[in-house]
Design a protein around this ligand. Structure first.
Ligand code: 5GP
Ligand code: MN
Length: 341
């Protein structure tokens, strides 16, 4: 769903005078969710709006250096204040998700709000809640879409070092450092412009990827040790139990990227990691694929989740062992698709 000329001129009109604006990323926000909401926040503040980012919950430490990151409110710990802002909002931007349930408990509050909703997102199968929908599954990242959005509303002249830094982060993290299929020559042209506007690419890479704790490296060792391969299904998976996580003092974000080691095995096109979350009584599942095999469809059909063709998430309410058993049991049905991928 691309915005047409009419939508764009209405949005420009809407933003032409001061508004109360709330910007929302999905629950457990990642680099693209935080980068895109912050990039948009910087623009809205520079154009004299009252704007606030409300995240459903906290996010990893490796994102806690981005400009204005410290202003992000968390709905789960500041619920009343956040609900007040949502009720007062004229406009709500929802970024990097396309269904209210992706914001957890915030979903019902967002649904009730009478604010004008603007969606900017690149996931599959969007819900129909937004007056203005900029939804494009071909996009590398929501950060790339925020760049295009600023371009559409003739606001690229506001692109400064802060905005460039935030948008660079999300494009980099959602493309696996510019290597996934969604990375196009346009993505690279935008990245070039962001560097010209002051994004320090080496520093950004170091801040995101080279701040590992010793415990996180040990946890990666455990995940690699648990790695299993099912050659006939070109599949590899690993898992981490709550006990393994606790022993190494697991922090939010520590398991980010672990599933990619499974996918990096020779001749593997489907990879999964199963992470036991006793606190929420679920198994969190991350799925990755190569080529045409859709983990979005696999996750929607079997694991109450979704995402993109090559990267999706999901969950299960049964034990770690039985979740893995279920995964193994559905693979034979996928063998021909996996062998064609
Ligand atoms: P991750 O495995 O990194 O948590 O998520 C991979 C992709 O799938 C991300 O784009 C994320 O937004 C999406 N995703 C993760 N979990 C869920 C989920 O439970 N439901 C849906 N619809 N998408 C998810
Ligand atoms: Mn994204």
């Amino acid at each position: 769903m691309l915005m047409n000329e009419q939508d764009i001129s209405e949005i420009k009109q809407l933003l032409s005078n001061e508004k109360n604006i709330v910007i929302v990323p999905h629950k457990n926000p990642d680099g693209d969710a935080i980068g895109s909401t912050l990039g948009l926040l910087h623009y809205l503040l520079k154009t004299n709006h009252k704007a606030t980012i409300i995240a459903p919950n906290d996010y990893p430490e490796f994102l806690k250096w981005l400009p204005l990151e410290q202003t992000i409110l968390k709905h789960d710990t500041e619920t009343n204040r956040c609900n007040g802002l949502i009720e007062n909002a004229d406009i709500i931007f929802t970024l990097d998700f396309n269904a209210f349930h992706r914001t957890g408990n915030m979903g019902s509050v967002l649904e009730k709000s009478s604010a004008i909703k603007i969606m900017i997102d690149h996931h599959q199968q969007p819900d129909d809640y937004a007056k203005y929908m900029y939804s494009d599954v071909t996009m590398s990242s929501t950060c790339q879409m925020v760049y295009h959005f600023l371009d559409k509303i003739n606001a690229l002249n506001y692109l400064n070092e802060d905005i460039a830094t935030c948008l660079y982060v999300g494009i980099m993290t959602d493309t696996g450092s510019f290597r996934y299929r969604s990375t196009t020559s346009t993505t690279h042209r935008i990245i070039a412009d962001l560097i010209d506007k002051g994004a320090d690419n080496t520093k950004i890479h170091n801040n995101i990827y080279d701040t590992n704790s010793y415990n996180r490296m040990q946890l990666l060792g455990v995940a690699l040790n648990n790695l299993k391969v099912i050659p006939e299904s070109r599949t590899a998976y690993t898992f981490l139990s709550q006990a393994e996580l606790q022993k190494l003092d697991y922090k939010k974000g520590d398991t980010e990227g672990f599933v990619n080691y499974a996918l990096s095995l020779n001749n593997i096109v489907l990879a999964a990691i199963f992470i036991e979350d006793k606190q929420n009584n679920i198994i969190k599942i991350s799925l990755r694929s190569k080529g045409d095999f859709s983990v979005n469809e696999l996750s929607r059909a079997h694991f109450d989740g979704g995402g993109h063709t090559n990267a999706a998430g999901g969950k299960s309410n049964t034990s770690l062992e039985s979740t893995i058993e279920k995964f193994i049991s559905i693979l034979p049905l996928q063998n021909s698709a996996l062998n064609d991928a």
